[in-house]
Design a binder for this molecule. Structure first.
Ligand SMILES: C[S@@+](CC[C@H](N)C(=O)[O-])C[C@H]1O[C@@H](n2cnc3c(N)ncnc32)[C@H](O)[C@@H]1O
Length: 476
């Protein structure tokens, strides 16, 4: 780490977060489904551009010890925070660096197999935006996949109106007054109208509602920072093309089908151009305001239709539960799977959780494989390129990752799971047990630890350990 001037992100820290859609495995799955051969994630070199404190990559580094992760950011305080967690957890396969996108190419040794730029591209001045794409073009490996998220057009037009309106209200205000005035204004804008409203006002009200959910530490940077430049998909694709990159697809839930076309179009020589045109037209129609675009080098040839053989080799896992009478539940949503073999496959995944099962072993027909892809896109299952990097059973001497134990030691409520989620664990009991799972304690020693946390019976300990395993908190 080098000395660097403080930035707005040092004055108000951006919250630490984990973004499952940026995980190399998500990127690799979409590339594999497009018939490509992305580098194995187990040994990949991964770069995050403007990754703040790097929690996103630290969580991955804890799960994939043979891969290597580099996070860099301009804000020294954020990088120092990540570096502190890295050192506390003894993570050797990640580095946290203070670098400026404008000059980072001089300091980084590519190539990288997976490159992530989340929440950066549309929130920086034009020269930094251009440098971001140039950096990806320079550093992405031949079969690598990059992720770039941005506020998108045309929905960005509404966001720009909201931003201008907010900035007007906040003129001359500082600190807590600014935050309060922003909340008051957004609350008023988001309120149900008393009289008739025109469609543009309705859209603005909807945008205000969304924005009201954001904490100040996000709002003051995302909506109210000095740079706010929504991009159209077409512009991003042409900036990518200028740097030797092409559009692969989208990493968003319910958008992962974006990488594929109907059979008759997919075979055409200019399928990618047609696809981007189609998606851009859809963005106009849907008033899309955010995109998470995947890019690959222009030397590879994405197939533009789902490669069913590749789909068969992927692993599936679910966080669904069984509900009454053959129904399933995901969070509060109860649903039925009408096709009996497909319902049986989902049931197998529910019972095996958190273990992953190969798609080929779960279903037999192309239609059912495609149905599993639809479930993946809808967030009902996950598809992965490898078996789970965490334990599927409670072992003799269970071990939580050092990162999890370091985060508990720091008193953080949000803990990284080994399947790349942030999980809130406020209760003392599970935190206490988890903090002591260092792989040295057998059952009797753990029972003593559990008693300190008020878990007096063997059943309570069994249940607690089982839950920690199911949540992907225990190392393989
Ligand atoms: C909106 S935050 C997003 C942080 C993180 N990627 C996320 O999504 O939570 C934008 C980040 O980009 C970083 N950034 C802005 N300009 C930069 C530059 N020129 N070089 C490196 N990082 C930069 C900021 O310091 C900040 O951490």
């Amino acid at each position: 780490m080098s000395e660097a001037a403080p930035t707005a992100y040092d004055a108000v820290a951006y919250p630490s977060a984990i973004f499952s859609q940026t995980a190399p495995d998500r990127l690799a799955v979409i590339a594999r489904l497009a018939g490509l051969s992305p580098p194995p994630i187990t040994r990949a070199r991964v770069l995050e551009i403007g990754g703040g404190d790097g929690m996103n990559l630290l969580a991955l580094a804890a799960a994939w010890p043979e891969a290597h992760f580099t996070n860099f950011d301009l804000a020294p305080t954020a990088v120092a925070r990540g570096e502190r967690w890295r050192a506390l957890a003894g993570i050797e396969n990640a580095e946290m660096r203070v670098l400026d996108i404008l000059t980072a190419a001089e300091h980084l040794d590519g190539p990288y197999d997976y490159i992530v730029a989340h929440g950066v591209y549309a929130w920086v001045p034009p020269a930094v935006r251009e440098a971001t794409m140039a950096l990806i073009g320079k550093l992405l490996s031949p079969d690598g996949v990059a992720f770039v998220s941005y506020n998108a057009m045309p929905g960005g037009h509404i966001r720009l109106v909201l931003r201008d309106a907010l900035l007007l209200q906040l003129e001359g205000l500082e600190g807590a007054e600014r935050w309060q005035a922003a909340r008051d204004y957004l609350t008023a804008l988001a309120a149900e109208p008393e009289g008739r409203e025109n469609p543009a006002q309705a859209a603005l009200r909807d945008a205000a509602k969304h924005t009201l959910d954001k904490p100040w530490s996000v709002l003051c940077h995302d909506e109210l920072g000095p740079f706010f430049h929504p991009q159209s998909l077409a512009d991003v694709v042409s900036a990518a093309a200028a740097n030797g990159l092409q559009f692969l697809g989208d990493a968003d839930r319910e958008r992962m089908g974006d990488a594929f076309l109907p059979d008759e179009v997919a075979a055409e020589a200019d399928a990618t151009r047609q696809l981007v045109r189609l998606l851009q037209a859809r963005d106009f129609h849907d008033f899309r305001f955010f995109r998470q675009t995947l890019l690959v080098r222009d030397g590879v040839r994405p197939k533009r239709r789902i490669d069913l053989d590749a789909l068969g080799t992927l692993y599936a896992v679910t966080r669904c539960h069984r509900d009454v009478e053959g129904m399933f539940r995901m969070n509060a949503n109860v649903f039925e799977v009408q096709d009996a073999p497909l319902a049986e496959a989902l049931g197998r995944l529910v019972d095996a959780r958190p273990a992953r099962i190969r798609v080929d072993e779960l279903v037999d027909t192309p239609a059912r494989k495609l149905a599993l892809f639809e479930m993946f896109d809808a967030g009902l299952i996950d598809l992965c390129t490898t078996p789970a990097p965490y334990a599927a059973e409670v072992s003799e001497r269970p071990r939580a990752s050092p990162l999890i134990r370091a985060m508990l030691g720091e008193g953080l409520e949000n803990i990284c799971t080994l399947d790349h989620r942030l999980m809130t664990i406020p209760e003392f009991g599970p935190r206490h047990v988890l903090a002591h799972l260092d792989g040295t304690r057998d059952r009797a020693a753990l029972a003593a630890v559990a008693r300190e946390a008020g878990l007096d019976s063997d059943e309570a300990l069994d249940k607690g350990l089982r839950t920690l395993v199911t949540e992907g908190l225990i190392a393989a």
